[in-house]
Ligand binder design. Structure first.
Ligand code: AR6
Length: 192
């Protein structure tokens, strides 16, 4: 599913983030930036050990922040590592998750990258409910693209089918009324 936000494209895809050839892919990392499991384990496995060596030199990452490395053997040129919140129902969880998405986008823009792929940050091992996380992801990405046209393509890569369906539904709910939106290259007007 494809949307146009400002001058940029926002795409929601079911797939494996390690296969994406965007300028950067985002890693849902831990605060030590050690390989771990989940999407992080998959990214480290596909990149080769150069990534773990570079991560060690970065001396960790705080929740909501982002740090960039090379992509090594990945099709993506760079990995942007962010640490999402461990879900605990706290008010700060929402702010931390929003900061993770926003700081990854800012890091990509600062490094003059044109395309970036995100996984569903915090919704695996860190336990963030997917519907709530999808709302934050979609709104934060859309707000960023409305004010910043440097990033031409943002992809949300969902591993499982149910997550994919939730993100699509969320995007349709929150993006439908924006000025310029396309779905499968077909314009959707604000009245549907
Ligand atoms: N491509 C796209 N998405 C994936 C892939 C993949 N190859 N593999 C898993 N996912 P998680 P978190 C999805 O647990 O909740 C690590 O150990 C997965 O289905 O990877 O932020 C770190 O070191 C889920 O929807 O990240 C941290 O300690 C989403 O990626 C901790 O887990 C995120 O799940 C971070 O937990």
């Amino acid at each position: 599913m494809e949307f146009k936000i400002g001058k940029s494209k926002f795409v929601i895809i079911q797939g494996d983030i390690t296969k994406q050839a965007t300028d950067a892919i985002v890693n849902a990392a831990n605060k030590y930036l050690s390989p771990g499991g989940g999407v992080s384990g998959a990214i480290h496995k596909a990149s080769g050990c150069g990534l773990a060596d570079e991560c060690k030199r970065l001396k960790g990452c705080k929740t909501g922040e982002a740090k960039i490395t090379e992509g090594y053997n990945l099709p993506a040129k760079h990995v942007i590592h962010t640490v999402g919140p461990v879900y605990g129902g706290k008010a700060d969880d929402k702010i931390d998750l929003k900061n993770s998405y926003r700081n990854c986008l800012l890091t990509a823009a600062e490094n003059k990258l044109k395309s970036i792929s995100f996984p569903s940050i915090s919704t695996g091992i860190f336990g963030y409910p997917v519907k709530e996380a999808a709302e934050i992801a979609v709104k934060t990405i859309a707000d960023f693209l409305k004010e910043n046209s440097q990033i031409e393509l943002v992809q949300m890569i969902l591993f499982g089918n149910s997550d994919f369906e939730i993100y699509k539904k969320t995007a349709l709910k929150y993006l439908k009324k924006s000025d310029k939106i396309c779905m499968n290259n077909r314009a959707i007007s604000s009245d549907g």
